[in-house]
Design a binder for this molecule. Structure first.
Ligand code: PEP
Length: 249
């Protein structure tokens, strides 16, 4: 049975003190349910966040990692380092990393391998640009991103993969894909996985939607059959908005 997940990507927001305040408030206001809740603070706030969340059902994820175990990669953080502070989930492939840090499908495949080798769970992001949608290429782009970074994996690896479909044109823009657009793409993604692996595997993969999810639209988007939750950016920085989105399930 696939999980329902709401994950908050803080991006480069919240210093140590802000993070402690936000996490404490979240812990107070969060009502436990079947939905898994994940927050992804910046690296400097991972440890304090997981300490503050000990004993709660909210998990902590990193926003990125390097593919090497260690070595001369100034400024980078490895899977082993994340694991050493108890972080075992990582977001990979976010469109901002693809756009601003030149992360390609080939690089992401290496990061995916490194995360899995370290027994980490991956929230793998992908999605088309507005120009792709306008030219009717959104399915081909999404299929390519998934295939290139993930289809070399054996079926057994997929227990550690969560997918996050995030149309680039909807991220941080206030423009959301309609619930129907999200459902259509999620169904296409599930079919693509079924074609490569099996129907049982495809039915077990959680596929999150990301792109301007807010309390006002979350319920309708989450009600769609193939939408298993959300990856939330801006609204995850506000505890009342984030908890309202969690409660939308
Ligand atoms: C994101 O960055 O993953 C995201 C979905 O951002 P926002 O919710 O702000 O559009």
């Amino acid at each position: 049975m696939r999980k329902q997940i709401v994950a908050g990507n803080w991006k480069m927001n919240n210093d140590y003190v802000d993070s402690e305040q936000l996490v404490s408030k979240l812990r107070e206001q969060y009502i436990e349910s079947e939905t898994e809740v994940i927050i992804a603070p910046p690296f400097t706030s991972l440890l304090c966040s997981s300490n503050l969340l000990k004993g709660s059902r909210i998990n902590v994820a990193a926003q990125n990692m390097h593919y090497a175990e260690n070595g001369a990669y100034t400024g980078e953080i490895s899977a082993g380092m994340l694991k050493s502070i108890g972080v075992d989930t990582v977001i990979l492939g976010h469109s901002e990393r693809r756009a601003y840090f030149n992360e390609t499908d080939a690089l992401l495949a290496k990061k995916v391998n490194a995360a899995l080798k370290n027994n980490m769970r991956i929230i793998f992001c992908f999605g088309e640009e507005l120009s792709d949608r306008k030219s009717g290429n959104e399915e081909a782009i999404v299929e390519g991103q998934i295939k290139n970074a993930l289809f070399h994996l054996p079926a057994s690896a997929w227990t550690n993969i969560v997918l996050a479909y995030e149309p680039v044109w909807a991220i941080g823009t206030g423009e959301t894909a309609s619930p129907e657009q999200a459902q259509d793409m999620h169904a296409f993604i599930r079919k693509t996985i079924e074609n490569k692996y099996s129907s049982a595997l495809a039915l077990d993969v959680s596929i999150l939607y990301g792109g301007s999810v807010k309390p006002a639209n979350a319920k309708e988007i989450f009600s769609k059959e193939d939408v298993d939750g959300g990856l939330i950016g801006g609204a995850a920085l506000d505890v009342s908005q984030f908890t309202a989105i969690i409660n939308a399930f």
